[in-house]
Design a protein around this ligand. Structure first.
Ligand SMILES: Cc1cc2nc3c(=O)[nH]c(=O)nc-3n(C[C@H](O)[C@H](O)[C@H](O)COP(=O)(O)OP(=O)(O)OC[C@H]3O[C@@H](n4cnc5c(N)ncnc54)[C@H](O)[C@@H]3O)c2cc1C
Length: 407
């Protein structure tokens, strides 16, 4: 079987659906949306809480209802949605290998959008030592159990993490009959902003900052966990599960096994100001770019990249050589990490930056060695930092973010 499309979109979460709908609105005829799950909606589907949809649809949805709204939007727009279709390989010329109940097929397209989202770091990648009993799961797994199978894998879990998603995890526990015994965070401060960071105290769950798991014990299922506190003392809590939250990484397996590769900072595909990759057939948008943002953010990003793809197909001007965006440590990433010469308004009006750790100092942007922007501050890890992309950046040979600690 073979299909030739104008655009193939891989991933039916908010960013993929928004891009597909926008492409149809812009008059692109054959838009194929491939999603491995049986429904559209991506990570929002298993969120039993709100808020989703405020900016894009002007009303507040629970996650599952938001996913259904996305499904309706794609249907009304005339997108060719193929559910239960897993993309297993992407080729440099736009050839896509897809596996589904119908077997394996090859699809080709003039442009391909990667919108495969992000996933939480599992136990193995966090290098957590100890026994390997049942009961150690991520938020995504917990919420999938709860939302789709009516199962709660524990009653007294220890929650690891303090991002927004960690609070979503705590909320899921509390509303489905589980009572977390504690929350721990390895960073010196909670990662969620106020007022969210006060949530554990409000619901009476002890919170330990600067704490790391040193041992998990249990024969069949988790029985107790020891963690090192910020004062170096080791504390042991009885619990029947460990809930690993946050520390999202882009779902970029397809990029890694192809010539596209991934950007060393973000772990996702390198893109330019229009979401275009080094191979100009490919584009990317949403959480695959730098891991987690809100659903609304992913939606707006997908829509903007969809518009850029439609313009590219209409004018077919080709893509100029890309200039890499470089940065000093402890900056973690810059998105876009490539810039191309262009005169039109970009899909990404801002650089998105993140730091790996808490740092105090002066951050500046240099174009060909000349400083064009700077700001002093306390820069927190994993917080979104936006720096408007000056038009001159699209014509520069060297684009660099400099950081001077302590200045
Ligand atoms: C637990 C949790 C709570 C959250 N709470 C909120 C909240 O309250 N408010 C909010 O705004 N946001 C929230 N978010 C964030 C929001 O869900 C995400 O920002 C949004 O879903 C990202 O959209 P996306 O399209 O980039 O990726 P995703 O939604 O992750 O979608 C990616 C899609 O790609 C598919 N896919 C991946 N690889 C392939 C492949 N090879 N072949 C075919 N399909 C593939 C996946 O199945 C998935 O459906 C939460 C996220 C989580 C995990």
């Amino acid at each position: 079987m073979s299909t030739r499309a104008d655009v193939i979109i891989i991933g039916g979460g908010p960013s993929g659906v928004a891009a597909a709908v926008e492409l149809r609105r812009q008059g692109v005829a054959r838009v194929v949306l491939l999603e491995r799950e049986p429904h559209l909606g991506g990570a929002t589907r298993h969120c039993s809480h709100s808020p989703f949809g405020i900016r894009e649809f002007g009303r507040v949805y629970l996650g599952a209802a938001y996913g259904k709204r996305l499904e309706r939007e794609a249907g009304h727009a005339g997108v060719d949605v193929r559910l239960g279709h897993s993309v297993t390989q992407i080729g440099a010329d736009g050839e896509i290998a897809v596996s589904s109940a119908r077997g394996v097929e090859t699809l080709t397209a003039r442009r391909v959008l990667l919108a495969t989202g992000a996933r939480e770091m599992p136990r193995s990648a966090r290098l957590i030592s100890g026994d390997r009993p049942l009961g150690v799961v991520t938020t995504g797994t917990l919420q999938t159990y709860v939302a789709f199978h009516g199962l709660m894998p524990f009653r007294r879990p220890l929650i690891v993490g303090s991002e927004l998603v960690s609070l979503s995890a705590a909320f899921t526990c509390l509303t489905h009959g589980a009572r977390p015994v504690a929350m721990i965070e390895s960073a010196p401060e909670p990662l969620a902003r106020a007022p969210f960071r006060w949530f554990p105290a409000l619901v009476g769950v002890p919170f330990h900052r600067g704490a790391d798991i040193v041992d998990i014990r249990g024969v069949q299922r988790v029985e107790e966990v020891s963690f090192r506190r910020a004062d170096s003392g080791v504390e042991t809590v009885a619990c029947d599960g460990v809930l690993l939250t946050g520390r999202f990484v882009p779902e970029s397996a397809l990029c890694r096994q192809s010539a596209l590769g991934v950007d060393a900072g973000s772990g996702g595909p390198a893109i330019d100001q229009d979401g275009r990759c080094a191979n100009p057939i490919f584009f990317a948008g949403g959480n695959v770019l730098r891991a987690v943002e809100t659903g609304g953010w992913a939606f707006r990003e997908g829509r903007a990249v969809g518009r850029a793809i439609a313009r590219d197909l209409a004018h077919d001007e080709g893509a100029s050589e890309a200039v890499p965006v470089t940065f000093d440590a402890p900056l973690k990433l810059a998105v876009p990490s490539l810039l191309r010469r262009s005169a039109h308004a970009p899909a990404f009006p801002d650089f998105q930056l993140r730091f790996t750790r808490l740092a105090q100092g002066r951050l500046s942007l240099e174009l060909d060695g000349r400083e064009v922007w700077h700001k002093r501050g306390d820069w927190r890890p994993e917080r979104r930092i936006l720096v408007p992309i000056p038009p001159a950046a699209f014509h520069a040979e060297h684009v660099h973010f400099r950081f001077r600690e302590g200045e």
